[in-house]
Write a protein that binds this ligand. Structure first.
Ligand code: FAD
Length: 285
C-alpha cells in the first residue's frame, strides 16, 4: 500500500475510479471488474462518495475491501457539505483503522431539494483538507475543474481558489474533459499562480453517448462538436463504444506527450473500455 503523493513523486500514475454498488448484482459486477483490472497493476483505485453521506457505509466497505483483499492501493472520496465535524472525524478514524492512506477531499453538492439539506459544518473542500490533515498521515487529493466549476463566478476566481486548495493538498484529479487544450490551459494558469502540485487528468471514455453527455452538462464539461459528429456517424452501441475508446485513446496519448503526471479513468464500474485504451496506448495489459 502507498501514499499517492509518494507514488506521484516516483512515477506517472494510472488509476481507476469506481462507485459503490447498490445491489448484490452490481457488487458482483464490480468484483468482476476489479479482478479484470488488477492485472493492469493500477497505481491506485478510488471509490466515490454519495454527497451528504448517502453512500457512507458502502464507500467505506468497498475501500476497506480493496485494502484488505487486493494488492491495489485504494483512495476514498469524501465530500464535506452536509456533514458535521464529528461525522467526518468518525469516517476518517475508520479509514485510518482500516489502513487506508489516501483521501480525495471534496466539497460535494447541496441536495436539489433544500428540504433534504443536512446540518453542515463545511462550505468548501479546502476546509475538509484541513481536517483530513489534522486526522492523520493521509495523502490528500482534491478536485480540479479544467473547464471551470459551474459555481465559480469567474475563471480567475476558480483558479485562485484551486491554487489555494492545492497549496494545502498533495495533488488534484480533474473533472473529465475531451480536449487536451483544457488541461494545458489549466496547468499554465496554475503555474502562473505559482502552483506546481501534480494534477492528474480524469478520462471518461464515451461508452454511452446520452449518459456521458448528461454527466458532461452537469459538470460543466463541453461535449465537442467533432466528437458528436464522430458519434453521429455510427449506429450500433458497439460502434459508439469503439469511437469513444478511440477518442479517449487520442486524448490520453496527447496528455502523456504533454507530460501529465497521471491518468485517472472514470470506469463506471466496467473494465472493457479501460483495457482497450491501455492496449491501444501500448501500456502493459
Ligand atoms: P470546492 O473546492 O469547495 O469548490 C466548489 C466551488 O466553490 C468552486 O466554484 C470554487 O471555486 C468555489 N470555492 C472554493 N473555495 C471557496 C472559498 N473559500 N470561498 C468561495 N468560493 C470557494 N462528488 C460527489 O458527490 N462524490 C464524489 O465522490 C465525487 N468525486 C469527484 C471526483 C473528482 C475527480 C471530481 C473532479 C469531482 C468529484 N465530485 C464528487 C464532484 C464534486 O463534489 C463537485 O464538483 C462539487 O460541486 C465541487 O467539489 P470541489 O471539491 O471542487 O469543491
Amino acid at each position: 500500500m502507498a501514499r499517492i503523493a509518494d507514488l506521484l513523486a516516483a512515477e506517472r500514475t494510472f488509476s481507476f475510479e469506481f462507485f459503490p454498488p447498490k445491489t448484490d448484482a452490481a457488487q458482483l459486477t464490480l468484483g468482476h471488474t476489479i479482478a479484470e483490472l488488477e492485472p493492469l497493476a493500477p497505481s491506485f483505485v478510488s471509490v466515490t462518495y454519495g454527497a451528504g453521506g448517502s453512500t457512507r457505509a458502502r464507500t467505506h466497505d468497498v475501500v476497506a475491501w480493496v485494502r484488505k483483499e487486493t494488492a491495489i492501493t485504494p483512495m476514498a472520496h469524501l465530500t464535506c457539505q452536509g456533514h458535521v465535524r464529528s461525522e467526518i472525524g468518525e469516517i476518517l478514524d475508520n479509514y485510518r483503522e482500516a489502513g487506508v492512506e489516501n483521501i480525495l477531499a471534496l466539497g460535494g453538492d447541496a441536495p436539489l431539494d433544500p428540504a433534504d439539506a443536512r446540518p453542515s459544518d463545511y462550505a468548501y473542500a479546502i476546509e475538509l483538507v484541513a481536517d483530513v490533515r489534522a486526522a492523520g498521515e493521509f495523502s490528500v487529493g482534491v478536485a480540479a475543474h479544467p473547464e471551470i466549476h459551474p459555481r465559480s463566478p469567474s475563471r480567475d476566481d476558480d483558479r485562485r481558489r484551486l491554487a489555494e486548495k492545492l497549496a494545502v493538498a498533495d495533488f488534484a484529479i480533474t473533472q473529465f474533459f475531451f480536449e487536451v487544450e483544457h488541461y494545458l490551459r489549466l496547468m499554465d494558469e496554475l503555474a502562473a499562480l505559482g502552483c506546481t502540485k501534480p494534477v492528474v487528468a480524469g478520462i471518461m471514455p464515451v461508452t454511452n453517448r446520452a449518459q456521458v453527455q448528461r454527466m458532461a452538462s452537469l459538470s460543466g464539461a463541453a461535449f465537442p462538436a467533432w466528437l458528436a459528429a464522430r458519434l453521429d456517424a455510427v449506429e450500433t452501441p458497439e460502434d459508439v463504444r469503439r469511437v469513444g475508446v478511440d477518442a479517449a485513446t487520442e486524448l490520453c496519448a496527447d496528455l502523456l506527450a504533454a507530460g501529465a503526471p497521471g491518468l485517472h479513468f472514470y470506469t463506471l464500474n466496467r473494465s472493457t473500455a479501460t483495457r482497450e485504451i491501455y492496449a491501444a496506448l501500448g501500456l502493459p495489459v
